[in-house]
Design a protein around this ligand. Structure first.
Ligand code: AMP
Ligand code: ZN
Length: 114
């Protein structure tokens, strides 16, 4: 845990946030500055900075993050219309918070990445 980290502080309730889902691996919140009608963040419970540091030990957490994203897409009613999952890494991607997270955006036609 990093006391400087916004997501760690949301997890330990030092920063208020509506936690939509949590289990032993990850939690889900609404992005404070949404770029789409649905914009969720799926965040591992334990502080984890960059995918540079990925090891086999982290496999269950990665699986659980994608499972949470899939389940949230169902509960938000966008699993049929579609959604996008994004992970920003470091400055060229515009990463603001160095604690791994999945963005789930949906609810409108998302601009093509290609
Ligand atoms: P990234 O740029 O990939 O690091 O994404 C960080 C995201 O966290 C941004 O989309 C922010 O809008 C969002 N964010 C920052 N502070 C909060 C907060 N307190 N609660 C929810 N989302 C936040
Ligand atoms: Zn953190």
């Amino acid at each position: 845990m990093s006391v400087e980290c916004i997501f760690c502080n949301i997890k330990n309730k030092q920063i208020p946030s509506d936690i939509l889902f949590e289990d032993d691996y990850c939690f889900v919140i609404n992005d404070i500055n949404p770029v789409a009608p649905v914009h969720l963040l799926v965040v591992p419970n334990n502080h984890f900075t960059y995918l540079d540091n990925l090891t086999d030990d982290f496999a269950p957490v990665i699986f659980k993050m994608f499972e949470a994203a899939k389940n949230m897409a169902f509960s938000k009613g966008v699993s049929e219309s579609g959604y996008r999952l994004v992970i920003n890494q470091k400055s060229d991607a515009g990463q603001e918070i160095p604690h791994l997270h999945l963005h789930l955006t949906a609810g409108t036609k998302l601009k093509s990445l290609g």
